[in-house]
Design a protein. Structure first.
Length: 311
């Protein structure tokens, strides 16, 4: 058993210690390597990382000017040399024993990609008591019969919940570094094209919530970037049915988001257009699926960060 633990870091010093401690314990159990990239943090993250790197020769760290999570993810994957990859956010500590469990279950079920759920914490840092929660065993391992369908309609897990075979990542893969959010989905889609995907019904990491430091705290950005990723990938990979799913999902989500955020009065024409488009989707498969995605994307204009390079 050997795992590449790949950690992205940006301005999360108060959460980073718990993540590094948990990764150290996972490394001791599975063997392998750790690679950390600090993407231009302005807090004390880098000093914490440097000290951690001194503790074990299997740990490598690097610092760079801020270039975004997609750039960091591309570098992390290029670095990895072990059979299994676990990509870890710097605020989502793995639960002790979770990597060993996922490797075991993935190998037993011939899975290339396996993921679990999370235990939520925050916005205060993880406590010592929380970090001692033992890994639970799942009641079942479920093979995802249609990974693309899952990615389009139900994808909602964070990077730290997943483990993937190094060989399941296409050798030519290069994530689009113009994007700034949802790198987990952007990576999962090309992996899902050929991979056998499994999920388990237990938590494998802690997930930070109620913190505005997370990219996902900006819901509009998350939805907008999801649309861009589905459109970019689906242009060459999705068949007619998957394009229909993507159009219906994104338009439906945009309508719900406008209602929840009470934005209908601010953009009545856009809401009416989306409502019309959704009605057409109930009775037919769209010929121009990109138009539906682009219309849904308009919903989030003005609610995403102006600076698309910094997160």
């Amino acid at each position: 058993m050997s795992v590449s633990y790949l950690i992205s870091s940006y301005n999360k010093a108060e959460y980073l210690g718990a993540v590094l401690e948990s990764v150290s314990a996972e490394l001791a159990a599975t063997g392998g390597e750790v690679f950390i990239i600090d993407d231009g943090s302005k807090d004390s993250s880098w000093s914490i990382i440097r000290k951690f790197c001194e503790s074990d020769r299997r740990i490598t760290c690097r610092r760079q000017e801020n270039r975004g999570i997609f750039n960091v993810t591309n570098q992390l994957i290029d670095f990895a040399t072990k059979k299994w990859l676990r990509i870890i956010d710097c605020d989502d500590p793995p639960i002790s024993g979770s990597t060993e469990l996922m490797v075991k279950l993935a190998e037993e079920n011939d899975a290339d990609y396996i993921f679990g759920t999370t235990l939520m914490y925050g916005p205060a840092p993880l406590t010592a008591e929380q970090s001692k929660i033992p890994q639970q065993h799942p009641s079942a391992v479920t093979i995802v019969s249609d990974p693309f369908r899952y990615a389009i309609r139900d994808y909602n897990h964070i990077p730290t919940t997943a483990l993937m075979r190094r060989l399941s990542v296409p050798s030519s893969l290069r994530l689009n570094e113009d994007l700034i959010s949802c790198q987990d989905l952007a990576l999962a889609l090309p992996v899902f094209e050929q991979a056998r995907v499994a999920r388990i019904d237990v938590a494998v990491c802690h997930q930070l919530v109620r913190s505005n430091k997370r990219l996902s705290s900006n819901e509009a950005l998350t939805y907008f970037q999801t649309i861009q990723i589905l459109k970019e990938f689906g242009a060459s990979k999705f068949d007619e049915n998957y394009r229909y799913m993507a159009a219906r999902k994104t338009v439906s989500r945009a309508l719900k988001w406008m209602r929840r955020e009470k934005l209908i009065a601010e953009a009545p024409q856009l809401y009416a257009r989306l409502l019309y488009l959704y009605t057409t989707l109930l009775v037919s498969n769209p010929a121009r699926w990109e138009y539906y995605l682009d219309s849904a994307a308009e919903t989030y204009a003005g609610y995403i960060p102006a600076d698309r390079r910094v997160y």
